[in-house]
Ligand binder design. Structure first.
Ligand SMILES: [Fe+2]
Length: 320
């Protein structure tokens, strides 16, 4: 293991300040650390966005946001897969979730790079889904083991055109068919999309509670938006007490990372969920990069990059 790596149980930190003469941690150093905790922070190795892109490139086969997973984000410098996370709507707190776990293609790797931290607050949170699963009550755990959930988006006519970047409903139909999404076109021209998934990822290294339940529930029940809903697969509402328990356990497990400029964070997006604390300034500038792991590495991710979340073929190159 790399000489300067430090562990605190929740993540491994590679800090150049502790080993100024050491070179960059190698991809295998980083992947070995990722296997330990699912979360790695690299400090002092990326002074610019270009350096971060080169640093993360060694490990990452890009997966762009598709199908509305990215409606509010701007791609950075014309990049295909490096996105800003500083849109005005993104100052709000975000509960723990897996990136794109409400879709068919789940990236294994999720990078964040801090160009500028917020003057205060704005930490990125992360929490190990294996720990969360182990801390849920037996009844709640059994519910999620036995029942899938569905993620629904209800988009008005102008919204789906924006989200899917097309005026042509047949493009949306093609996309949904390829991504195992059930599409309904409403009489007013709006659409409803429904994607079914388990809240639990199964892996030889341990089952993991990782999903988008809390973000969808927060949009509906906290922000009062009818645009996003999460339900049991038979359309029943998930009991509020269950949602509150999940939220409480997620909060207990979450680590908040106070950013420093130049920090790069890598999460195993098949194991560790992430979120964000509220902030209130325009200076916070953090980018995100998603991808599959370039090299198969036992214990990190458990996806074939050409398979979707439910083991069915997916077209990761299809963009909207
Ligand atoms: Fe996210």
């Amino acid at each position: 293991m790399f000489a300067s790596a430090q562990r605190n149980g929740d993540y491994v930190l590679f800090d150049k300040g502790n080993a100024p003469s050491a070179g960059l941690p190698s991809p295998s150093d980083i992947l070995a650390a990722l296997k330990e905790t699912g979360a790695v922070i690299c400090r002092g190795y990326c002074n610019t966005l270009e350096e971060f892109i080169a640093f993360s490139e060694r490990l990452t086969q890009d997966v762009p946001y598709v199908g509305g997973a990215n409606a509010g984000r701007a791609a950075v410098d014309g990049s295909d897969a490096v996105y800003s996370v500083t849109e005005p709507s993104m100052k709000k707190p975000m509960p723990l979730h897996g990136e794109m776990h409400h879709t068919h293609v789940v990236p294994e790797l999720l990078w964040f790079y801090c160009i500028n931290p917020a003057t205060s607050d704005g930490e990125t949170t992360f929490g190990d889904g294996r720990k969360i699963l182990s801390r849920l009550s037996p009844d709640t755990r059994r519910l999620f083991e036995e029942r899938d959930v569905i993620y629904r988006r209800n988009y008005a006519p102008d919204v789906w055109r924006y989200v899917y970047r097309t005026d042509n409903i047949s493009d949306v139909e093609d996309f949904c068919r390829a991504h195992h999404i059930d599409l309904k076109v409403q009489p007013d021209g709006g659409i409803s999309t429904t994607y079914r998934a388990s809240a639990i990822f199964r892996s030889p290294d341990g089952d993991t509670f990782i999903n988008n339940i809390l973000t969808f529930a927060a949009m509906e029940y906290v922000r009062g938006s009818a645009e996003s809903q999460v339900r049991w697969a038979n359309e029943e509402e998930i009991d509020r007490a269950v949602l509150l328990e999940v939220n409480k356990v997620a909060e207990q497990v979450a680590t908040a990372h106070p950013w420093q400029a130049g920090d790069a964070m890598l999460l195993d997006n098949t194991r560790v969920m992430h979120g964000r604390r509220v902030f209130n300034d325009d200076q916070r500038n953090i980018v995100v990069r998603l991808g599959m792991c370039r090299d198969r590495f036992p214990g990190v991710g458990h996806h074939n990059p050409f398979l979707g979340r439910n083991g069915q073929p997916a077209q990761i190159s299809l963009r909207t």
